[in-house]
Design a protein around this ligand. Structure first.
Ligand SMILES: [Zn+2]
Length: 87
């Protein structure tokens, strides 16, 4: 019986047979500097969820992520609250 060792990138799941190649690959992924996303989430006027999230990476680059899709159905959210009456 033969055995083989596979190294798996902890950030994306790519598999490698060589541990040094796997380490080099993992170092290629730049991690976010800060995970507190409340400060960096931006919303448009009637969006329930953030439209963009800008995150500063450990190497000083700021990367902006855009909303691609939300799971489930999008709710039709009224702009007025239920307390406002038309009398
Ligand atoms: Zn990876």
């Amino acid at each position: 019986m033969k055995y083989t060792t596979i190294y798996i990138c902890e950030k994306c799941g790519q598999e490698f047979r060589d541990d040094e190649m796997c380490k080099e690959h993992e170092d290629y992924h730049i991690e976010p500097k800060d995970w507190d996303l409340k400060k960096v989430a931006q919303y448009s006027r009637d969006s329930k969820y953030p439209d963009t999230i800008s995150i500063e990476m450990a190497d000083g680059t700021t990367v902006m992520y855009y909303e691609f899709a939300t799971s489930g159905q999008k709710e039709n959210i009224p702009l007025a609250t239920e307390n406002s009456k038309e009398d």
